[in-house]
Design a protein around this ligand. Structure first.
Ligand SMILES: NC(=O)c1ccc[n+]([C@@H]2O[C@H](COP(=O)([O-])OP(=O)(O)OC[C@H]3O[C@@H](n4cnc5c(N)ncnc54)[C@H](O)[C@@H]3O)[C@@H](O)[C@H]2O)c1
Ligand SMILES: O=CCCC(=O)O
Length: 493
């Protein structure tokens, strides 16, 4: 039987409810705490420390101290630790998935998928650690030799979101530690428990005391964020979350010119051309739109369908979505869990009501599922979407499928690019030339062709425009945590 509650954990010590500084589990200096809630039941699952600036500064100092030793480890030593950590994630996948489902709401199947995805970053960066090096540069002056080498930047702050609390920590910290940086993690207040479980496993994998530190906070997030941005011992900050907060962090980091990676909001177009196979389009759309209840940074937000197949696609998609079971992530057969917090339901309802006001036609769902006890929303499909609507400008971050109609390929590109952000995009077409043309024309960081998932540890992940800058994963991911030093040698005497 599938596990349902914390009492089903096989390794009880993976459920930690304190912050983690210099390899010790600690309370906040102020003694304050906050509660972590199961979004499927609204029941409290844990009480964790509400840490503030003082606690954060201690975590940064511990990481800085550890860096003096950690930077001298070899890439092979670091790779071994990361591989061991990856293996431990897979060994304890059931427990990690259960903790994740209980605090985030996603289904156990998706939670296991996230653990596997998280482990893949650790394995990937273990490999990259040993294959990242400088170069010998051809010289213009025969009396010189020039070479470059890569060095870890120092302490890295890793700020993870609530929608992928495990994978986003390993994507950031895996790269940082592979590079030889030490880290301070700040999980989202809604989902600290998955991060704390990762701290247990990372330590078990042999990481040096102080190489990872976890600061938990919900209500003092602005204070903690500011300390991380302004503390001069931190040399690099990586954030995944909203564009609003990303801009604030960039402003706060400007004072110390800290290097930033920002993976922010998107508004992904999902473009279905007349020549698409309907089954491929529906299957990809369900994944791109409804995975994690629509709460993914690359979630398809504007489903744009060419006129010739608009109604056919809408009917096929509606039939498919009607089959999907909504419920608690721990229940068998559930495809769509609750949203992670109350604000998400409010935001989705604001988008649905705004679409209705401007002529949108709700053909499925359209309301919260009040009797279910958590933050549940009916899977919703809206036709006749137009440029006037809120969803056109802002990501809905919920299981709300907004269907727009377009006429030509040129129109599709123009509409898709008429947007302040540019993270992901999806296109569905049987034409290879069109897939190239459209991919090249879209102003985004990632394009999926005939599929609904853009996630792979070996593929660089990130956006353009107000979706931020920097890349995570791929060969680029580790470079974000390294500096290049050049050495110029006089060989004349
Ligand atoms: N890119 C992503 O993966 C992602 C993740 C979460 C939210 N979002 C977007 O943001 C919208 C709103 O979500 P929300 O209500 O959680 O967003 P929010 O803007 O309140 O918070 C986003 C994240 O930033 C952190 N945060 C907030 N204030 C901070 C500060 N001053 N310093 C440091 N960190 C801070 C929060 O802990 C959270 O993880 C969503 O609907 C979605 O559009 C995107
Ligand atoms: O939501 C942010 C990341 C999602 C992913 O990597 O698939």
């Amino acid at each position: 039987m599938a596990p349902k509650s914390l009492s089903d954990l096989k390794r009880k010590d993976l459920f930690q409810t304190k912050g983690y500084i210099n390899a010790e589990w600690v309370q906040a200096k102020s003694g304050k705490t906050f509660e972590v809630i199961d979004p499927a039941t609204l029941e409290k699952i844990a009480t964790v420390p509400e840490m503030g600036a003082e606690d954060t500064a201690l975590a940064v100092e511990a990481a800085h101290e550890a860096f003096q030793t950690f930077k001298k480890t070899t890439a092979r030593q670091r790779a071994r630790m990361l591989r061991k950590w990856s293996d431990l994630c897979l060994e304890h996948i059931d427990d990690l998935a259960l903790i994740l489902t209980l605090e985030n709401g996603k289904t156990l199947t998706e939670a296991k998928g996230e653990v596997t995805y998280a482990a893949s970053f650790l394995e990937w960066f273990a490999g990259e650690a040993e294959r990242t090096h400088g170069e010998v540069v051809p010289v213009a002056n025969q009396n010189q030799r020039i070479l470059t080498f890569k060095q870890p930047m120092g302490v890295a702050a890793c700020l993870a979101p609530w929608n992928f609390p495990i994978a986003m920590i390993t994507r950031k910290a895996g790269a940082a530690l592979a590079a030889g940086c030490t880290t301070v993690w700040k999980p989202a207040g809604e989902t600290p428990l998955s991060c704390l479980a990762q701290a247990v496993l990372a330590q078990e994998a042999g990481l040096l005391n102080g190489a990872i530190n976890v600061v938990t906070t919900l209500n003092l997030v602005a204070e903690v964020g500011k300390e991380l941005c302004t503390n001069k011992l931190i040399k690099k900050l990586s954030f995944t979350g909203s564009t609003r907060v990303g801009k604030l962090l960039a402003e706060q980091c400007a004072g110390s010119l800290k290097k930033l990676s920002l993976e922010l909001g998107g508004n992904s177009p999902f473009i279905v051309f007349d020549d698409a196979k309907i089954e491929t389009a529906v299957e990809a759309c369900v994944l791109a739109k409804l995975r994690n209840s629509g709460q993914t940074c690359v979630t398809a937000n504007r489903i744009m369908v060419q006129k010739g197949i608009y109604n056919k696609f809408a009917d096929a998609l509606t039939a498919k979505v009607k089959e999907l079971k909504v419920g608690k992530g721990t229940e068998e057969g559930v495809f769509i869990g609750p949203l992670t917090h109350e604000r998400a339901v409010e935001k989705a309802m604001a988008h649905i009501n705004d679409a209705k006001k401007h002529g949108g036609q709700v053909i499925l769902g359209g309301a919260p599922m009040d009797g279910m006890g958590g933050y549940f929303l009916q899977p919703t499909i809206i036709k006749n979407m137009s440029s006037k609507m809120l969803t056109t400008r802002e990501e809905t971050f919920a299981p709300v499928v907004a269907l727009y109609e377009f006429e030509t390929e040129e129109d599709a590109i123009k509409i898709a690019n008429d947007c302040e952000v540019g993270l992901g995009a999806f296109i569905v077409t049987e034409s290879i030339p069109r897939s190239w043309r459209v991919t090249e024309a879209l102003e985004v960081g990632m394009v999926g062709v005939n599929l609904g998932l853009l996630s792979a540890c070996e593929s660089p992940f990130g956006g353009v425009k107000e979706s931020g800058y920097g890349r995570e994963g791929g060969r680029q991911g580790i470079q974000e945590y390294l500096t290049v030093k050049s050495m110029l040698i006089n060989v004349a005497n």
